[in-house]
Design a protein around this ligand. Structure first.
Ligand SMILES: Cc1cc2nc3c(=O)[nH]c(=O)nc-3n(C[C@H](O)[C@H](O)[C@H](O)COP(=O)(O)OP(=O)(O)OC[C@H]3O[C@@H](n4cnc5c(N)ncnc54)[C@H](O)[C@@H]3O)c2cc1C
Length: 473
């Protein structure tokens, strides 16, 4: 497993560089420096330390570990809401990791039995004539896609990583087709509408869902997940909330985690990496590591301090990103026991095409019972622009439009209450079919940016990757 091609700078110069810079800075030597403490980075750090006996430094820009996991405790009802990552499902032996940490997994309860109301959020109008596609047809089509993917071995080519994906122009044509064309080819079009509510906020945030390349879709709708989606296998959450998983890992890693920290400069060669790590409070540390493991999305912004060479820069410029957010909101004029589902008016004529233009709010969904809370997700195709402020403005605007159109009562000036919010940053990573055919696969990372983007699959990806990495140390 390669991480990244190192620059051809003699090691001695790099050490001099580090020493010269660090008269007043602490220097830490470690076996592996890991960037990003989400599902992949935290798991990798734990396994490297506990199973491979390696020293690690985990550099995380937030003040806690967990990445896309967001757990909220509702004091009013005493309920815990995981409003980011909600489910863990069996994939090989990945779930054994919870037992190692003495965490209990509980089956996910059925979703709140909400009434669905279909509303075009951009106009606020309720689509009383909309009839969703028969869910039975959708499920059958997804099942056919599952059979197709396993029969042709696409599951093994794309899970847990792309180790077995043939290079360049040997990639099966099906995987390079836009998902809309693939669905037509195999007469399984209803699968798209069925998949969309689950994956639309991610890959769908890049625009026309029909045009998402099948290979990209299979990163956020992988075969292992399809089985959970179809309820063929059970889905679980951590007792006490999913954040417990990462708080437990954090305890075991102790001082090896640098929180509120990012790499601001780096030098890399064949013998190691020399990283300047800066905390939010301005404190700087030089981390000298034998290996570097990048467990963040490979955006040019994240990679900027790592001194990319021309080839790397060219590769990472190809990917297109959206940006997604999840949150918990409250407003007294929102209806109880109801999910307001955003639907374009055109879907009244063509319910097989419920796809939204970005930016959008996919749905606003009551948590049920006596709760005053609603879950919400917002997605935008422009990674740079669709920040927290803009995402919340999109939700606010949807409520105002619904009120103006009479779908909701008069808001009477009551402001939207944002109870909890999480910017999930990059979503919908995609490289074009043309670039895939060029076969530029020379650089490898861990994490959702490069592997099937679900926690249990990423852990198995790490299980493959880590022995290859430490073998060369
Ligand atoms: C809304 C939503 C719901 C999901 N639900 C599920 C689910 O139910 N089940 C499931 O298995 N998967 C789910 N996923 C997918 C899951 O979140 C991903 O598979 C997983 O979080 C990816 O892990 P990761 O380690 O690659 O990245 P992340 O979890 O995103 O972690 C990256 C970490 O790196 C940090 N970071 C980023 N940039 C830097 C930097 N420059 N320097 C230092 N640190 C940095 C971040 O703060 C973060 O902690 C969901 C995703 C989303 C968006």
């Amino acid at each position: 497993m390669r991480t990244m091609a190192f620059l051809q700078v003699p090691a001695v110069l790099l050490i001099l560089f580090a020493v010269a810079k660090t008269a007043a800075e602490q220097v830490v030597h470690t076996d592996v420096a890991i960037i990003g403490g989400g599902a992949s980075g935290a798991h990798a750090a734990f396994r490297l330390q506990e199973d491979f006996g390696k020293s690690v430094v985990l550099i995380e820009k937030q003040s806690i570990l967990g990445g896309h996991v967001d757990t909220y405790f509702d004091q009013q009802t005493g309920r815990i809401h995981d409003y980011g990552v909600q489910v863990y499902f069996p994939y090989e032996d990945a779930l054994d990791f919870f037992a190692r940490l003495n965490l209990t997994l509980l089956p996910n309860p059925p979703r709140a039995a909400n009434v669905a109301r279909f509303v075009e959020f951009s106009t606020g109008k309720e689509l009383a004539d909309f009839r969703p596609l028969d869910s039975q047809r959708g499920t059958e089509a997804v099942r056919k896609f599952l059979a197709l993917a396993t029969d042709k071995g696409y599951d093994k080519m794309t899970q847990p990583g792309y180790w077995n994906l043939p290079p360049g122009d040997s990639i099966p044509e099906d995987l390079l087709l836009p998902i809309g064309e693939l669905a037509k080819k195999y007469s399984i079009e209803p699968m798209l509408a069925a998949m969309y509510p689950s994956t639309g906020g991610g890959v769908g945030s890049r625009g026309d869902f029909n045009n998402v390349m099948t290979l990209t879709l299979m990163k956020s709708f992988p075969v292992a997940w399809i089985r959970a989606f179809l309820n063929d296998i059970e889905k679980f959450h951590v007792e006490g909330g999913n954040q417990r998983l990462f708080d437990t890992i954090a305890k075991r890693l102790g001082d090896s985690v640098f929180y509120d920290a990012v790499v601001t400069a780096a030098q890399r060669n064949e013998t190691g990496a020399y990283l300047t790590v800066e905390k939010r409070n301005g404190q700087k540390t030089i981390v000298v590591a034998k290996k570097l493991l990048l467990a963040v999305q490979p955006t040019l912004e994240n990679l900027a301090p790592f001194d990319l060479n021309q080839q790397e820069r060219s590769l990472f410029s190809k990917a297109k990103y959206g940006r997604s957010h999840t949150g918990i909101i409250s407003h007294s004029k929102l209806p109880n026991a109801t999910t307001l589902r955003n639907m374009p008016a055109a879907a009244v004529q063509n319910p097989a095409s419920p796809f939204l233009n970005t930016p959008f709010v996919l749905s606003i969904s009551h948590y049920g019972g006596t709760s005053k809370l609603y879950s919400v997700g917002a997605s935008g195709s422009d990674y740079g622009a669709f920040n927290e402020e803009e995402a919340q403005a999109t939700v606010r605007s949807a409520l105002e439009k619904m009120s103006e159109a009479g779908t909701l009562p008069n808001l009477e000036g009551e402001p939207l209450r944002v109870v909890a919010w999480s910017d999930h940053e990059v979503g919908g990573l995609g490289v074009s079919a043309g670039d895939m055919r060029d076969g530029k696969r020379s650089t490898w990372f861990t994490g959702g940016g490069v592997a099937a983007d679900f926690t249990p699959i990423l852990w198995k990806f790490n299980d493959d990757l880590l022995p290859r990495m430490v073998e060369k140390m």
